[in-house]
Design a protein around this ligand. Sequence first.
Ligand SMILES: Nc1ncnc2c1ncn2[C@@H]1O[C@H](COP(=O)(O)OP(=O)(O)OP(=O)(O)O)[C@@H](O)[C@H]1O
Ligand SMILES: [Mg+2]
Length: 151
Amino acid sequence: MLIVAEDLTKSFKIPKRNAGIINVFKNLFHREYETINALDRVSFKINEGELVGYIGPNGAGKSTTIKILSGILTPDSGKCQVLGKVPWKERVEHLRNIGVVFGQRTQLWWDLPVIDSFELLRDIYKIHQNDYMKTKRINFYKKNRPDLEFF
Ligand SMILES: Nc1ncnc2c1ncn2[C@@H]1O[C@H](COP(=O)(O)OP(=O)(O)OP(=O)(O)O)[C@@H](O)[C@H]1O
Ligand SMILES: [Mg+2]
């Protein structure tokens, strides 16, 4: 088993924000906190060679799970092993073995030229060059931006 998650649970404690100027002063002396249960006993197993997707609505806890798997966050309780290692305990060794890209909200990274984003996704998803070249978007750019160099 490559990845095992067992009853992963994580909550965040955040200060309650009350609107209004009076509350700003109140909050200076007395902070109220609320607890957000981001993960509630999440369990799954992933075998070698499996290609999986992890889907769910906004705030469902996807990123929190990935952060735990990659050793960025420690769960409140539960167990987890990736390639036989506990991510948050053997962080450095663990990071040698994995790759993680946080592509939040958009597939296009604004500080890269568009073509670089396409090429990165081509490589991630192992798209054959011929298929890649056939895509409409590339043809669109080739037609409309003859000044850009493609390969
Ligand atoms: N660092 C944090 N501090 C406080 N609350 C957090 C923190 N990180 C996540 N949360 C909360 O935990 C819950 C799960 O968040 P998470 O980012 O894991 O969801 P997600 O499934 O990745 O959502 P999205 O689809 O919007 O990326 C949310 O309610 C979120 O507000
Ligand atoms: Mg997320």
